[in-house]
Ligand binder design. Structure first.
Ligand code: GLU
Length: 300
């Protein structure tokens, strides 16, 4: 039997994260079983993506491998986090058990391409829905709404929000290539050179640790995971200054699959799975709140 808490514990140990409910008095957090329901012999109209996946009995999903709380690869090689749990629920609705999912790392800049090439059937990876991306792929959801923020070292008293970057050109900020935060931050900079981009967030955190950059910017919930693992070394500053609705990327134009995913999300919410999945993953970090499932966008 798969033990979820062990998977999470492994991930937490790797990242040396500190849990919000560390004292153990937080009933309901940690150890919560959120195994997805796996439908037995579900039936779908012939020719649909759901029918193909159900027939194959397995599927490939893209997610992040370096983001605590959403998609973090632990010692057992299987990633865990809210995105992973959401993806597992959707797969379960097609009769695919968690052990029949192959996980592919989906760094920010590679997500559309992975879908376009057919390398993955879904991307669940802190993936902001926007029109530019919609030109290449279809989004189901949103299933969560994050917002961009800034992380700095705890002893940084220069940067208290994005507005302080332009006045302090020596404060270099890091984000990830192909992410919306890397684009959004540009208007706050003294010059383009004040932004350093890497392929994954882990590399931004290393750059902060070695003094190459003085700030990291991306979605608040991703940064919250890094703060929780830093033993007080980092802090978040300022308010969130964008809205980042997270969608589930699928092949462009597959409206039936998109509507199926939206129904699965609603079922996850109605059954209590969505809340439990949150509580067991991203909800472990201090300062996070159990979200409500947002209304879905139209499938286009
Ligand atoms: N949600 C933002 C995006 O999709 C930032 C997080 C990420 O890079 O995955 O670009």
């Amino acid at each position: 039997m798969r033990t979820r808490s062990l998977t999470l514990a492994a991930g937490l140990a790797t990242g040396a994260l500190v849990l919000a409910g560390c004292g153990g008095d937080d009933s309901g957090s940690g150890g919560s079983e959120t195994e997805p329901t796996v439908a037995e012999a579900p039936e779908f109209a012939e020719g649909t993506t759901m029918a193909e996946i159900a027939e194959a009995g397995s599927m490939t999903i893209g997610t992040k491998f370096d983001q605590p709380g959403f998609g973090l690869q632990g010692l057992d090689e299987t990633p865990d986090g809210f995105d992973v749990r959401i993806a597992e629920y959707i797969a379960g609705q097609m009769g695919i058990a968690p052990e029949d999912i192959t996980w592919t790392e989906a760094p920010s800049a590679q997500r559309e391409e992975l879908l376009e090439n057919g390398d993955v059937e879904m991307v669940v990876a802190t993936y902001t829905i926007n029109d530019e991306r919609r030109e290449r792929i279809t989004f189901a959801g949103p299933y969560y709404v994050a917002g961009q923020q800034i992380l700095v070292a705890s002893d940084n008293d220069v940067i208290a929000g994005p507005e302080d970057l332009a006045d302090n050109p020596d404060q270099v900020v890091c984000s990830v290539t192909g992410s919306t935060p890397a684009e959004n931050i540009r208007e706050y900079l003294a010059s383009p050179g004040q932004l350093v981009e890497f392929g994954i967030y882990d590399d931004c955190i290393s750059a902060l640790d070695n003094g190459q950059v003085q700030a990291v910017t991306t979605d608040n919930v991703i940064l919250t995971g890094f703060v929780a693992g830093s033993e007080g070394a980092y802090k978040l500053v300022g308010e969130q200054f964008t809205e980042e609705p997270y969608g589930i990327g699928i092949e462009k134009g597959d409206v039936e699959f998109c509507e199926f995913v939206n129904e699965a999300l609603q079922e996850a919410a109605d059954s209590g799975y969505y809340e439990e999945a949150w509580t067991a993953t991203a909800g472990q970090f201090e300062g996070t709140e159990v979200p409500d499932l947002p209304e879905p966008d139209e499938c286009v």
